[in-house]
Write a protein that binds this ligand. Structure first.
Ligand code: ADP
Ligand code: MG
Length: 287
């Protein structure tokens, strides 16, 4: 069986955008009964565009963008790229930031002109008992980040990302094979729900902190599922290790790549569908 598996995994990696790091992972592919996908960059394009900016007080929208973009210039999150692009379009010059830090799964912070600013998630506001402005309500599935000055709300930036074309087909193929499909994301409830509904997933987990992803995997495993999970960040590594098959996505961090059984080179969920179909077909041929 070794030459068969080796030749299959070689052709899969060459043609299908997958790197299979161990033989067991390939043999296990046919057993997968549930998949937990990450959202940003896997089910969606991972390219955020700013849709609107809102000021909660006297700050001008451009000033909100300027401070947020200055902080985001030290972040590698897709949200950061969206904010920076908008600032560039508006010819905004960035401020100097010191003491930059990321707040895991919730946002970023840094000092500008001697004051601490943060660009954070709705969950962070809730935790700090800062009320979320009504203007965040919209019919669109938006990802919203808030700009705070010393914990005071200055305004927010709304961004939108779109579902990848290939996700629809991949999800359909996997569903037809009876595989349960879930999404775990750090993004807000509303956006998670919208993506989940559009793709007709079996369920979703929103506002999930990176270390909580392990619990999601365990919960499914306790129900008897054989779980594959996709992830990209350093913080996804424990969950990738916990999953029966850990799939590191695209240009994921080294830690995620080292922990994973499979690397999804092009971040394309259709490659996962192909792997599982291929795994099942190969197994049927062997028996
Ligand atoms: P995901 O990979 O699903 O987007 P993350 O854990 O990376 O989840 O992020 C969760 C949330 O934390 C984001 O939706 C956003 O609200 C906030 N966040 C993370 N990084 C940043 C950033 N650089 N700027 C602003 N908000 C951020
Ligand atoms: Mg992430």
């Amino acid at each position: 069986a070794i030459p068969l598996v080796v030749s299959i995994s070689t052709s899969l990696s060459a043609e299908k955008g997958l790197l299979i790091r161990n033989r067991t992972a390939f043999e296990n592919a046919r057993k997968v009964s549930a998949i937990v996908f990450d959202k940003t960059g896997t089910l969606t394009e991972g390219k955020f565009g700013v849709t609107r900016i809102h000021s909660s007080g006297e700050w001008k929208k451009d000033q909100i963008l300027k401070f947020a973009a200055s902080l985001e210039s030290s972040s590698e999150h897709p949200i950061a790229q969206g904010v920076l692009e908008k600032a560039k379009e508006a010819n905004i010059t960035l401020k100097e930031v010191s003491n930059f830090e990321s707040i895991t799964g919730k946002g970023i912070q840094g000092d500008i002109d001697g004051k601490t600013y943060q660009v954070v998630s709705p969950g962070y506001l809730e935790e700090n008992s800062i009320s979320i402005p009504q203007e965040t309500d919209s019919d669109e599935a938006e990802t919203i980040v808030f700009l705070l000055e010393e914990k005071k709300l200055l305004g927010f930036i709304a961004l939108a990302d779109s579902i990848r074309e290939e996700s629809h087909q991949a999800i359909k193929t996997l569903r037809e094979k009876g595989i349960k499909l879930y999404m775990a994301t750090g993004d807000n409830e509303k956006t998670a729900k919208a993506v989940s509904e559009q793709l007709k997933l079996d369920g979703y987990y929103s506002e999930v902190l990176p270390d909580e992803k392990v619990k999601v995997i365990e919960e499914l495993q306790k129900k008897g599922e054989f779980v594959a999970m996709t992830g990209d960040g350093v913080n996804d590594a424990p969950a990738l290790a916990k999953a029966d098959i850990g799939i590191a996505v695209g240009s994921g961090t080294d830690v995620a790549v080292e922990t994973a059984d499979i690397i999804l080179v092009n971040s394309n969920p259709q490659d996962i569908a192909k792997l599982i179909l291929f795994g099942k077909a190969t197994y049927n041929k062997m028996i």
